[in-house]
Ligand binder design. Structure first.
Ligand SMILES: Nc1ncnc2c1ncn2[C@@H]1O[C@H](COP(=O)(O)OP(=O)(O)OP(=O)(O)O)[C@@H](O)[C@H]1O
Ligand SMILES: [Mg+2]
Length: 467
C-alpha cells in the first residue's frame, strides 16, 4: 500500500489568530483532499485534526491525488508518501510504512509533496527532485527523499526539516561582519551563475570572512549542506584529498584514489563546498576541485586563495579592501571602532581629533581588515593619535595578542605567509620591486628590474638586491 499523510503548516498559529476563519478554511480543505483522494481510487482512513491519512493500492494514483489536491488547496499543506506492507485492523492501518509517511510529511513544508524512496522507486513518468538520504526522527537508517515537481506546484522551498536539516560544518561567526553588503550579494550571484568562484586578494583583506558570510547566507539553498575545508593548516599538498574526505566522513573506496572517492561520493549532492586558503597547496586543491566538478553538476565551490586556482571555468572575484572614503562613517573606520570597543569598553570617537586619527590609520593601512583589527587591538593601552604617530613602524606596532591563526597574529606574519610561498625567482623580483615607494606600473617595474640588475652586479653593500 502507498500511504499519503497531510498536515496544515502553522495551524496552531492560524487557530489562535482567527479560529472562525480557520474552521471555514478547514471545511474547504477537507472537501478538496477527500475529493482528490477518492477520485484517484484512495480512501481516507483517519483524520488527524489538520490533516488526513489515506491509503492507495497504486503509488502513481497516490502521487496524482496529492498533486490534484495540492493544486486546489488554499491552505499551505505539507504532504508525505511512503509505500510498504501494512496491517489493516479496525479500519486503521499499522506498520513501518505509516511511520515513514508521517516522518516524510513532517520533513516538508506547506505546498510541498515529499516521497520516500520506497514510493519513488515504483514510479515512472513523474518529475522528481532527488533530495538525498536524510535522517528522520525514529527511523534508524536515512530515508531517500524526493520532491514531486508538476506544473503549477511551487518548486522552491526552505531546507528539508530533517534531523540533519542543517548538514555541514559552518560555525557561527564570533565577531561582527562589517560593510560589504553589496559585495556579498554580488558573490552570491556569481555562485549562482558559476560552479567555481575563487575569492582572491592580499593577505588579511577578508577573503575567508567574506566566503563564510556568503556561504552562511546560502545555506538554505544547499539541502546537503555547506562544508568548509580549512586548508591553511594542511601543509602537505598530498594530504589535501584526505583532509577533505575526513571532514565529509568519506572513506577511500577500493580501487579508487581518495580524490575519486570524494568526487564519486559527492555526485548528485546539492552542496556548497568552501575551500579556504588554497594558495599554499594550490595545485592539489585545483586537482581535487576539478575532479569534483567533473563528477557532480549539483555541487558548487567557493574557494579563497591569495592566488587563482587556474581551474577551467573558474570565476575570479578580487576582494576589495574596506572602503575608507566616507571618513569616520566608512566601513573601515566602523571595523576599527567595533574592534576597539571590544578591547576597551568605553572607546568612542566623539573627539574630532580621535576620529581623524582613526580615519588616517585606516587609510594608511589601505583598508585591510586584518591590519585594522590589529591596530584597533592597541586601543587597550594607546590612543588613536598615538597609534597613528607610530604607524611608520607598523611591523613592530601591529602585533596582536591574538590566539588562533598564527599568520594573523602580527602583520609581519601575514606578509611572511605569502613571501615564504614564493619561489626564489619571485622572491628576488619582489625584493627588486621594493625600491618603489607606493605602487608601481609595468613600465616602472621593468625599469626597476634593470636598475636592480646593474646594482646587483656591483660589489659591496650597495649591491644587495632591492637595497
Ligand atoms: N567585512 C569584515 N567585517 C569584519 N571583520 C572582517 C571583515 N573582513 C575581514 N575581517 C576580519 O579581518 C581578519 C582577516 O580577514 P580574513 O581572515 O578573512 O582575511 P583573508 O583575506 O582570508 O586572509 P589570508 O589571506 O591570510 O587567509 C579576520 O579577523 C576577519 O574576521
Ligand atoms: Mg583566509
Amino acid at each position: 500500500m502507498t500511504f499519503l499523510f497531510t498536515d496544515v503548516e502553522g495551524s496552531t498559529r492560524r487557530w489562535e489568530a482567527d479560529a472562525d476563519g480557520m474552521r471555514a478554511e478547514l471545511v474547504a480543505h477537507d472537501l478538496v483532499l477527500r475529493g482528490a483522494i477518492e477520485a484517484h481510487g484512495g480512501w481516507v482512513f483517519k483524520h488527524t485534526g489538520d490533516g488526513v491519512c489515506a491509503a492507495f493500492a497504486s503509488p502513481r494514483c497516490a502521487v496524482d491525488a496529492a498533486i490534484t489536491a495540492q493544486l486546489a488547496l488554499d491552505l499551505p499543506v505539507r504532504m508525505g508518501l511512503a509505500t510498504g506492507e501494512a496491517e489493516l485492523r479496525d479500519a486503521d492501518y499499522f506498520g513501518a510504512a505509516l511511520n515513514r509517511a508521517a516522518r516524510v510529511m513532517a520533513a516538508g513544508h506547506g505546498g510541498q509533496i515529499l516521497l520516500a524512496d520506497s514510493t519513488a522507486g515504483l514510479l515512472s513518468g513523474v518529475d522528481l527532485r532527488d533530495l538525498g538520504p536524510r535522517r528522520l526522527r525514529d527511523i534508524p537508517t536515512p530515508v531517500g527523499l524526493f520532491q514531486v515537481r508538476a506544473p503549477g506546484l511551487r518548486t522552491d522551498f526552505p531546507a528539508i526539516r530533517a534531523l540533519d536539516s542543517n548538514p555541514g560544518n559552518l560555525r557561527p561567526a564570533l565577531t561582527s561582519f562589517v560593510g560589504r553588503e553589496a559585495v556579498v550579494d554580488l558573490v552570491r550571484s556569481a555562485l549562482k551563475a558559476h560552479r567555481l568562484v575563487t575569492l582572491t586578494g592580499v593577505g588579511g583583506v577578508g577573503k575567508t570572512r567574506l566566503a563564510l558570510e556568503v556561504a552562511a547566507s546560502l545555506s538554505d539553498e544547499f539541502p546537503d549542506g555547506v562544508w568548509l575545508f580549512e586548508l591553511a593548516t594542511v601543509t602537505d599538498p598530498g594530504a589535501v584529498p584526505d583532509a577533505v574526505a575526513a571532514v565529509l566522513g568519506i572513506t577511500q573506496q577500493p580501487g579508487r584514489s581518495v580524490t575519486d572517492s570524494v568526487a564519486f561520493a559527492l555526485e548528485g549532492r546539492v552542496r556548497l563546498l568552501v575551500f579556504d586558503n588554497c594558495e599554499h597547496v594550490r595545485d592539489a586543491a585545483a586537482d581535487l576541485v576539478e575532479a569534483i566538478l567533473a563528477r557532480s553538476a549539483s555541487v558548487r565551490i567557493l574557494a579563497t586563495s591569495r592566488e587563482r586556482l587556474e581551474v577551467s571555468d573558474e570565476q575570479l572575484w578580487s576582494v576589495p579592501a574596506l572602503d575608507v572614503d566616507d571618513g569616520i562613517g566608512s566601513a573601515a573606520a566602523n571595523l576599527f571602532v567595533q574592534r576597539a570597543q571590544s578591547v576597551s569598553a568605553g572607546f568612542s570617537v566623539t573627539d574630532p581629533a580621535d576620529a581623524a586619527a582613526v580615519v588616517e590609520i585606516c587609510r594608511r593601512l589601505d583598508g585591510i581588515p586584518l591590519a585594522i583589527e590589529l591596530a584597533a587591538s592597541r586601543m587597550s593601552s594607546m590612543t588613536p593619535i598615538e597609534v597613528r604617530d607610530r604607524l611608520d613602524h607598523r611591523f613592530r606596532l601591529l602585533v596582536g595578542s591574538r590566539r588562533g591563526l598564527g599568520r594573523h597574529q602580527t602583520l609581519r606574519h601575514a606578509v611572511a605567509w605569502s613571501y615564504d610561498h614564493l619561489t626564489d625567482t619571485e622572491k628576488s623580483l619582489l625584493e627588486r620591486c621594493s625600491v618603489f615607494t607606493g605602487g608601481f606600473d609595468l613600465q616602472k617595474r621593468l625599469r626597476g628590474i634593470r636598475i636592480s640588475r646593474r646594482r646587483l652586479c656591483r660589489p659591496g653593500p650597495a649591491g644587495r638586491a632591492g637595497g
